[in-house]
Design a protein around this ligand. Structure first.
Ligand code: SF4
Ligand code: MG
Length: 331
């Protein structure tokens, strides 16, 4: 599959009073054309920082891209000026966040917020932009789109606001949509509706999606591939079936046991992963999951495991997968 986005060895840090938080520590992944990729992991694993770095939404300072490349449609986004990024955001990369109230401007009518991008990026006249804006509101399932066009965000319910956000994000037909916990703030039935809107739009426009989520049910429903992040690193990636049915990293297995899923058996208990992630001001020398891993060996503490390729699409980063694991285990 032709990748539309390649993140290569991305390292992002933050300056804080106590030192430098190494939030993203050498992340690699790709998104194919028309593909939906989930990034999963606990809070603080670096998912949102990765997404916001792709969009270049984190101010620098305090954030610093230490190394790496973000190749989007052949261009390295880490080298773009703020002005060039502004032209890419909204036009080529759309985004949706958890809380539409913080990303919609409460003082501007939703219609204007949709047409702004169309006028700026697509050179449409005000009249054409209005027609397209209303069309977008209809597409995402907003009833009475013509009159809704002239309303303010607070006149919409949470679910309807998220539909408006999707309409804005997709108005210019971006080739990539980044959605950071887009349904977390909504109740379950509304969540399902919003996911359906996203799926429909993906089908209709062939948009590639990066979906950041805590919810493995959402992953199963929406995504082709999964990237599992822990303590600023990708610890496992695979097709969703490889991840759900054949998870190889102890953290991925722990996540699957700890998170609610759609196919959850009635009596199946959720088992939380005990402990907390490491302090990324002083990340551990070895495997980041070591302190919480039941299967940790001595080498895990000292040396960070390399990536093991398990299939064309499946890779994991754990000493248990090393060909010499048995010998390592008994050391
Ligand atoms: Fe556990 Fe060691 Fe694998 Fe890390 S490398 S996940 S500590 S077994
Ligand atoms: Mg987050």
């Amino acid at each position: 599959m032709q990748p539309i986005l390649q993140v290569k060895d991305l390292q992002v840090s933050f300056q804080v009073r106590g030192g430098e938080v190494k939030a993203v520590r050498g992340v690699n992944f790709e998104v194919g054309k028309g593909e939906a990729v989930a990034i999963v992991g606990e809070s603080g694993s670096g998912k949102s920082v990765t997404a916001q770095t792709i969009m270049r939404l984190i101010p620098s300072p305090p954030s610093i891209i230490k190394s790496g490349e973000i190749i989007f449609q052949g261009n390295d986004l880490t080298r773009k000026t703020d002005k060039e990024m502004e032209a890419i955001r909204g036009k080529d990369i759309g985004m949706i966040f958890q809380d539409p109230m913080t990303s919609l401007n409460p003082t501007i009518k939703v219609g204007k917020q949709i047409t702004e991008g169309l006028i700026k990026h697509q050179n449409l006249s005000a009249k054409e932009a209005k027609e397209q804006g209303i069309e977008m509101l209809k597409l995402v399932g907003i009833p009475n789109a013509e009159s809704r066009f002239n309303q303010y965000p607070h006149e919409f319910s949470g679910g309807m606001r998220q539909r408006v956000m999707i309409a804005i994000a997709l108005a210019c037909r971006p080739s990539l949509l980044i959605a950071d916990e887009p349904t977390t703030a909504l109740d379950v039935t509304i969540q399902a509706q919003i996911l359906n809107v996203m799926k429909d739009m993906q089908k209709k426009f062939g948009t590639s999606i990066i979906l950041i989520t805590h919810d493995l049910g959402v992953v199963a429903d929406m995504c082709d591939r999964v990237v599992v992040m822990y303590a600023g690193k990708v610890v496992e990636t695979g097709t969703k079936w490889e991840i759900f049915q054949n998870p190889q990293h102890p953290y991925t297995r722990g996540l699957l046991r700890s998170m609610p899923r759609l196919d959850q058996k009635k009596n199946e208990k959720l088992i939380p992963i005990i402990g907390t992630p490491p302090d990324l001001i002083k990340p551990p020398a070895g495997c980041g999951f070591c302190a919480r891993c039941d299967e940790a060996m001595r080498i895990c503490e000292q040396v960070d495991p390399e990536v093991t390729q398990l299939s064309d699409t499946h890779m994991s980063r754990c000493w248990l997968l090393h060909p010499m694991a048995q010998e390592v285990k008994s050391s």
